[in-house]
Structure formats: structure tokens, C-alpha cells
Write a protein that binds this ligand. Structure first.
Ligand code: DQA
Length: 150
């Protein structure tokens, strides 16, 4: 069976490329999603990407993953630090979750040091810019395949 991976991007990430490029780089979200689709094809997995600025829409998307996906990559953006609703939705999933941040949240303001999501994530990738998403996809697929072959 072909593995199905969901990628979820939180608020303001639709502005990547133009948003504080000194922190988040100049790669756009479209570029990131395209590179993920290419890598997914090379890895032989299916991938779906989704972005919303709204907390409820992100919860709905996570609930959709409950039935439909084998692994989830999420950059919850600002909701990382505030959203119990996202954390509760992610807690329901039985598939592995990788949390991604473009910037190193631990090097930044104190309010970014705490993540509500990390406690339910298998792993975290932060500070590698846009390439962090590809690192996450490679790692996630490898982890899922490893577990299946055990
Ligand atoms: C972010 C870090 C968050 O603190 C911030 O609110 C974001 C982006 C990142 O990818 O570095 O919007 O998740």
C-alpha cells in the first residue's frame, strides 16, 4: 500500500518569501510544497499539503488525517505556542507526527520556547529553514518503513 503523508502549515506561512526574510528566508510556500511533492514522488509516497491561517480549519485538517494518513508533518507556526486545540487534535492521531519550524525557536524570544505540540510529536526539526521540511519527509518515511518491516 502506498504511504500517504499530510503536511500542514499554520498561520502566516502563506506569506513566506516576503515575511521577515531575514528570519524565514526567501523561499515561498509554493516552492516548499513543490519540493515536497517532488521528493515524495522520488520516495514513492503520496503527499498532500495544506495551509490555513485559521485554528479551526487546522483542527479540521488534523481530524481528516485521523482516518486518512500514515504520517504527519506540521509547522503550527504561532499556534505552536498557544493552541491546546491543535495539541488535542494531534493527540488523537496514531500516526507519527514531526514538528517543523523554519527558525530555531529556542534561539528566539522566550514566548517561542514552549511548544504545545512537541509533547505529542515523534520529533522536532527547527532552525534549518525550508530544507527542514525535506529533512522531515525523508525521516518520516524512513521511520514508517522501518516500523513496518520490523
Ligand atoms: C515558526 C516559528 C513560530 O514561532 C512563528 O510564530 C512562526 C513560524 C517557524 O517556522 O520558525 O510563524 O513556526
Amino acid at each position: 500500500m502506498t504511504l500517504s503523508i499530510d503536511v500542514i502549515h499554520g498561520p502566516n506561512l502563506n506569506m513566506l518569501g516576503r515575511r521577515e526574510p531575514e528570519i524565514y528566508g526567501t523561499t515561498t510556500l509554493k516552492d516548499i510544497d513543490q519540493s515536497l511533492v517532488h521528493r515524495a514522488a522520488a520516495l514513492g509516497v503520496e503527499i498532500t499539503t495544506f495551509q490555513s491561517n485559521s485554528e479551526g480549519a487546522l483542527v479540521d485538517r488534523i481530524q481528516h488525517a485521523f482516518e486518512n494518513c500514515h504520517g504527519l508533518i506540521i509547522n503550527p507556526a504561532a499556534y505552536t505556542h498557544t493552541s491546546v486545540a491543535l495539541r488535542d487534535a494531534l493527540s488523537m492521531l496514531s500516526c507519527p507526527i514531526l514538528e517543523v519550524h523554519l527558525s530555531n525557536i529556542h534561539k528566539r524570544e522566550a514566548f517561542r520556547h514552549h511548544s504545545h505540540v512537541s509533547g505529542v510529536a515523534q520529533g522536532i526539526i527547527a532552525g534549518f529553514g525550508a530544507r527542514g521540511y525535506l529533512m522531515a519527509l525523508d525521516a518520516l518515511v524512513e521511520m514508517i518503513r522501518e516500523k513496518r518491516n520490523r
